[in-house]
Design a protein around this ligand. Structure first.
Ligand SMILES: [Zn+2]
Length: 423
């Protein structure tokens, strides 16, 4: 099983928006860009909502049927490890093996020595085609990287083999992710991590490093875009070089997660992908639930009422709802509108505050982040929320498709500027 050049994370908290997302990919096809969907839902998300991996598989199969989707599609066991992988094995064919927590764990001095010996041919100046600066490598560099990452890669190998034994090595895509690490990996680190992964025999097709800057939930990238661009290009160069040197799968590509609306990065990513003729895997799925809220609010009546109630409840349960996401949100409480104020809003006012349109002065990124992490409130409304989703289906689907196509696919894959508001 080989993943295509371009792939995009889809799926959503409640599992109803697959068809509307696929329509965005079908629009891209009409422009000559083939992007395959990867339904992703993490273990944490399943636990908060009370769903199981089979539900994601069903949502994917249903959407594919509804839209008569002819290309490949995948279901991702997102951010799993040995402790959590088992229940994902029957329904998933893409596994994001997350070993960030193992970075820095002590490995044996024998395995460090063996790695350093194997890598001695790279000591000196490492010439990587397309990289901004040649990478100077000493024995010390390799030892440090081995000390920091070998344990984690070893763990990734265990998880990979655990899945391969149960599923068959040809029946799934393996990704290894380090994006939830504390610090970005340097080009040298990424190069030797890939070396270690190749030695471990993991045929990875996507790798998720950590990038510089802050990737917060539901809002734009916070950081130095120029620095990101350089780092991203260097990572593309390293991946392409490592594929040749270590005989990794030739379709190996970068996977960019963490945060959902990386709007300011899309133009530089587009340019870099053109420059290196490289593929990409992009995860974006988390904000689809906000498009559902926008659709509810835009529909007025009971939909708007429910959207307001969810905000009132989110304010009441602020600490509880934010707690699991504290490292990936940055909400200034004083910038949040009061529940009384929100209660007085028209449909247009609610939509304008929540919709990710940075050129609008009504857009409130604090409210957007709070609502992003408040899907639990909607999940607890059970039947009420689900029947409202059905009632407001037309408005919701048009927002979901528009958001994915115009705000994500157009800038990242077609090199066209960002969609702004939907009207
Ligand atoms: Zn991630």
């Amino acid at each position: 099983m080989n993943i295509e050049k371009y792939s995009l994370g889809v799926g959503d908290r409640f599992g109803f928006e697959g068809a509307a997302q696929l329509r965005a990919l079908q629009k891209a096809q009409a422009f000559g860009i083939d992007i395959v969907p990867v339904w992703n839902k993490s273990n944490r998300e399943h636990n908060i909502i009370g769903t199981v991996p089979e539900d994601t598989r069903k949502a994917a199969d249903t959407a594919v049927k509804t839209c008569n989707w002819k290309s490949s599609y995948y279901v991702d066991a997102d951010h799993i490890g040995l402790a959590t992988v088992d229940r994902f094995i029957p329904s998933c064919n893409f596994f994001t093996i997350d070993v960030a927590d193992y970075i820095g764990n002590q490995t044996t001095s024998e395995s460090v020595s063996a790695f350093v010996k194997d890598m001695s041919r790279f000591v000196g100046t490492l010439e990587i085609p397309g990289i901004h600066q040649p990478v100077a490598v000493t024995t010390g560099t390799v030892m440090d990287i081995a000390g920091k990452y070998l344990y984690a890669v070893d763990e990734a190998g265990k998880v990979y083999r655990h899945i391969a034994e149960r599923k068959g090595a040809d029946n799934f895509i393996a990704e290894v992710s380090f994006d939830e690490a504390n610090n970005p990996q340097t080009p040298a680190e990424l190069f030797f991590i890939l070396a270690a992964i190749a030695r471990e025999g993991i045929p990875i097709q996507t790798i998720a490093p950590k990038f510089t800057g802050s990737f917060l939930k539901g809002i734009d990238y916070v950081g130095n875009v120029g620095r990101f661009a350089q780092e991203f290009e260097d990572d593309l160069a390293v991946v392409a070089h490592a594929v040749n040197v270590f005989h990794l799968p030739s379709n190996l590509k970068l996977s960019v997660h963490s945060g959902s609306d990386k709007f300011s990065l899309y133009p530089v990513m587009y340019a870099a992908m053109r420059k290196f003729n490289s593929g990409i895997h992009l995860k974006t799925a988390g904000t689809t639930w906000l498009e559902e809220l926008i659709g509810l609010a835009a529909s007025g009546g009971d939909g708007l009422k429910a959207a307001k109630e969810i905000y009132v409840e989110a304010m009441k349960r602020y600490d509880e709802l934010c707690k699991p996401y504290l490292p990936v949100i940055d909400i200034k409480k004083e910038m949040l509108p009061t529940p009384q104020h929100v209660a007085s809003w028209s449909a247009e006012e609610y939509v304008a505050a929540l919709q990710h349109n940075q050129s609008s002065s009504a857009y409130n990124l604090h409210l957007r982040q709070l609502l992003h992490v408040s899907f639990k409130v909607a999940a607890e409304m059970n039947g009420t929320f689900v029947s409202l989703l059905a009632e407001c289906r037309t408005a919701i689907e048009s927002n979901v498709t528009y958001n994915l196509f115009s705000r994500h696919i157009e800038p990242l894959f077609l090199g066209r500027s960002n969609g702004g508001s939907h009207d």
